[in-house]
Ligand binder design. Structure first.
Ligand code: 6PG
Length: 258
């Protein structure tokens, strides 16, 4: 059964997520000398990123040994308000820019000819960073952060899309799903998500309750609720939910933490 932790509200969830990331960074750096982190986009993680940017929190991470990637990106310039990289820059990376070398930050390329080219370039960048031949077994990130769409999508892997079936590529382009913003995307694929050492879901709000209940207690197909496709081969999955997002779960299954 997945490790599911329920918190009273979005602020508590964000605080727990920040602590989880700090702990994962410390463990990875102690074990392997570096921490490879995949940021999620959307709005839920903003509180967490802003907390990590606070000096007393940022000081707990050796950012020079952290290497930062994205799980998906909207195909817009980085300065666009809808950019996932732009959101992470505004909330976390700009405030801590003195601590994290720009060479450690690996945004998905969106100022190229198109999302297909951006996906290919990102896959090449991952191969170069991890010292892997392209199309080899996927790299193992230390921690992959994921949100959950109201429709059960993760990253930009949307219900009913052929991207859900990709097994031979690390990064693909995707047309928009049915939820806003309606933009072409670049996304990591399930093979990469499932090679992670740790996956952390950050899910907040009543709009997620149906998808959360389906994914954690139902038997949906990946095509219906893509989040059920997140099944790391050796890694762990932790869900941090607020009470609103967990409101559809059966009481006895997951004792609220507080
Ligand atoms: C994106 C995200 C996406 C997000 C979910 C949840 O580019 O939109 O990566 O997968 O995590 O849609 O988004 P919210 O946190 O805004 O609800």
């Amino acid at each position: 059964m997945a490790d599911v932790r329920i918190w009273p509200n979005a602020d508590e969830l964000a605080a727990q997520a920040a602590d989880f990331i700090i702990s994962a960074a410390r463990d990875a750096i102690a074990a392997r000398g570096r921490f490879t982190l995949v940021f999620t986009g959307g709005s839920t993680p903003e509180r967490t990123y802003a907390l990590l940017a606070q000096p007393h929190m940022a000081a707990q991470i050796d950012w020079a040994k952290c290497f930062l990637f994205w799980g998906d990106e909207r195909f817009v310039p980085s300065g666009d308000e809808r950019s996932n990289y732009g959101m992470a820059w505004r909330t976390l990376l700009e405030p801590i820019r003195a601590s994290v070398p720009m060479l450690n930050i690996w945004p998905m390329p969106t100022e190229v000819r198109g999302p297909n080219q951006g996906a290919d370039l990102y896959a090449d960048a991952l191969a170069q960073f991890f010292g892997l031949p392209p199309h080899a077994d996927p790299p193992s990130f230390d921690l992959v952060l994921l949100g959950l769409g109201d429709d059960g999508h993760v990253a930009s892997l949307f219900p009913g899309h052929p991207t859900l079936d990709v097994t031979d590529r690390w990064v693909v382009s995707s047309p928009s799903g049915t939820l806003p913003p309606s933009l072409d995307r670049i996304t990591l694929t399930f093979p990469v998500l499932n090679a992670a050492r740790q996956v952390l879901f950050l899910v907040s709000g009543s709009g997620k309750a149906d998808a959360v209940q389906d994914v954690l207690e139902g038997q949906p197909l990946v095509q219906q609720r893509p989040a059920v496709g997140v099944r790391p081969t050796i890694g762990s999955v932790t869900w941090l939910l607020d009470r609103a997002a967990a409101s559809g779960l059966s009481e006895q299954a997951y004792a609220p933490v507080v």
